[in-house]
Design a protein around this ligand. Structure first.
Ligand code: ASP
Length: 337
């Protein structure tokens, strides 16, 4: 029988209301079957493992990503797929990070969560959990896993993890993948878009956990005072900066800003240009206001999400590649076009 490992990290999905206090509390995940009896009717063998202390996903950090990646690594041979239950707030960051950390992955790793706790009547958690498990267990006619990458399943849609972003704090449809269409849609049946699925060309599955967070994120806004950012540009520990620019990669021609970016790059810093628009791509040089970036060696992040841009840099800094600039321009695990 198909075996799935549920990895519970925390978040709203694993909560029930305490009838005495009315407060939401995490329940012991070992008792998941009591809260979702439907799980026993799935034709899948499910085992679960939980973070010792389940967390709100706002607390996520590099150690938690390592923990998740190691659980997948250690259990890879024993399970057909993995479902990671995670708070929705930072799910897109974790899914992006894991897509880089799990190199050569050939199994499904499906992140899901919910907007309402699983113990409430109108919960979206049950459908999300049950369908995520079903997706993680699906095989093709040759017995190979259909999904062989890190994905996010939420409200009837399956997205590539490193293309997804949380877009709503209160709608059940909380995620979108603005620059890459859904991998599958759950209706009466799971409708796969097989031509959109990622396939690795690496021979072996390896897990890389030594991410480095020597990266800063700066989002431009009209009227910003670049003096405030001098400290970031001149801090020797900052190895890379993700710049969230306007439209197709544009920025003001402010002299101080240009000086700060130029000297940062001259001392070996990496600047990656992504757009703060919800969709579309950076095209440096399309406007005069982005030609400067092209001239001084700012790298175009094309249509990367912020989540994928930051985690890709953390991965590449950790790897210590001397060719990090080239690697940033390549799509490593389907994260950009
Ligand atoms: N704050 C919660 C979290 O991200 C929200 C959720 O679970 O969706 O952990």
């Amino acid at each position: 029988m198909t075996k799935i490992l549920l990895i519970y990290t925390g978040g709203t999905i694993g909560m029930i209301k305490n009838p005495q206090t009315g407060e939401l509390e995490s329940f012991n995940f070992k008792h998941i079957h009591d809260h979702v009896p439907e799980l026993s009717r799935l034709n899948v063998e499910i085992e679960s493992i939980s973070f010792e202390e389940p967390i709100d996903s706002s607390e996520m950090n590099l150690q938690h990503w390592t923990q998740m990646a190691e659980v997948v690594e250690q259990n890879d041979v024993h399970y057909d797929g993995f479902v990671i239950l995670h708070g929705s707030d930072t799910m897109a960051f974790s899914a992006s990070a894991l897509s880089f950390m799990l190199q050569g992955l050939r199994k499904p790793v499906v992140f899901t969560g919910s907007q309402l706790p699983i113990g409430t009547i109108r919960t979206d958690g049950k459908e999300n959990l049950i369908t995520a498990i079903e997706i993680a267990g699906m095989k093709d006619e040759n017995g190979a896993a259909i999904l062989q990458e890190v994905a996010v399943y939420f409200e009837y849609s399956l997205y590539r993890g490193n293309r997804s972003s949380k877009i709503s704090a209160n709608q059940f449809e909380a995620f979108q993948s603005p620059n890459y269409p859904e991998l599958a849609k759950a209706g009466v049946q799971i409708e796969w878009q097989k031509d959109r699925l990622f396939r690795t060309d690496l021979a072996e599955f390896t897990v890389f956990t030594a991410l480095k967070n020597n990266v800063a994120l700066i989002r431009l806004f009209p009227g910003m005072n670049f003096e405030f950012y001098r400290a970031i540009f001149s801090d020797q520990d900052v190895q890379a900066i993700v710049l969230e620019t306007y439209g197709s990669g544009n920025a003001p021609s402010d002299v101080l800003f240009q000086e700060l970016v130029t000297s940062f790059i001259q001392r070996g810093g990496i600047v990656l240009n992504i757009t703060q628009c919800g969709s579309g791509a950076v095209q440096q040089g399309a406007y005069q206001t982005s030609s400067f970036f092209e001239r001084i060696g700012v790298i175009s992040g094309r249509n990367l999400t912020s989540e994928a841009a930051l985690t890709k840099i953390m991965y590449l800094l950790g790897k210590g590649h001397s060719d990090i600039r080239e690697k940033l321009q390549e799509s490593l695990v389907g994260e950009m076009d």
